[in-house]
Design a protein around this ligand. Structure first.
Ligand SMILES: [Fe+2]
Ligand SMILES: [Fe+2]
Length: 174
C-alpha cells in the first residue's frame, strides 16, 4: 500500500506549514492533528481502493483527506472559547469549532496547495451533519466516512485512557 500511498501525498507531508500540525493536539493529549490527518488519508485511500476509484480520483480523495483538518489553530485554547462566547444562540452554534473548521481548512488548504473545487467542497463538508454544506459526490462522502471512522477510534482510545486513569487514582487513594 505504502508504495502507492506516500508518493500521492509526500509533497504535502514535507511542507513546513503542514508539519506544524504536529504541534496541535486534537482528539486527546496523545493525538495530534498531523497524526489524525495522516490516519484519515490512509483510511480514505483504503475506502477509495475498496470502491475501485480510478487513480486520479483516488489521488484527489487521499490528498483532500490529508488536508481535511488543515485549519491551523489549537481549538482547545482559551482564545477560541473567548471567540465563540461573543456569539449568542444559533450564531454561537455555527461559530463552534465543529461547524466552522471545515470551511476554514478548505480555504487555507487552497492557499498552500493546488486543490480542485471538488476537493475544497469535500473538505468543507467533512463534518456533516455538523456542517453548513452537504457532502456531494463520492469523494466528499468517502472523506466524511473516513474521518468519522478514524475520529471515533481516536476518541474511544482517549476516553478509555481517562476511565483507566480515573480508576487508578480512585484505587490509589482508597
Ligand atoms: Fe474535522
Ligand atoms: Fe478530522
Amino acid at each position: 500500500m505504502d508504495e502507492e500511498f506516500f508518493p500521492m501525498i509526500q509533497d504535502i507531508l514535507d511542507n513546513p506549514v503542514f508539519q506544524q500540525l504536529k504541534d496541535l493536539s486534537h482528539h486527546g493529549p496523545d493525538n495530534s492533528v498531523y497524526e489524525h490527518s495522516l490516519a484519515t488519508a490512509r483510511r480514505a485511500y483504503r475506502l477509495g481502493k475498496g470502491v475501485r476509484l480510478k487513480e486520479d480520483e483516488l489521488r484527489s480523495l487521499t490528498r483532500a483527506a490529508l488536508l481535511h483538518d488543515f485549519f491551523g489553530y489549537d481549538w482547545h485554547d482559551g482564545w477560541y472559547k473567548e471567540f465563540v462566547s461573543r456569539y449568542r444562540g444559533f450564531k454561537r452554534l455555527t461559530h463552534m469549532h465543529a461547524f466552522l473548521h471545515g470551511r476554514i481548512a478548505a480555504r487555507r488548504a487552497k492557499i498552500y496547495f493546488d486543490l480542485s473545487p471538488e476537493q475544497c467542497a469535500a473538505i468543507a463538508s467533512h463534518m456533516f451533519p455538523l456542517s453548513t454544506s452537504l457532502p456531494r459526490g463520492r469523494q466528499a462522502w468517502l472523506l466524511t466516512l473516513a474521518d468519522k471512522m478514524v475520529a471515533s477510534r481516536e476518541m474511544s482510545v482517549t476516553a478509555g485512557r481517562s476511565v483507566y486513569g480515573f480508576w487508578r487514582r480512585l484505587f490509589a487513594y482508597s
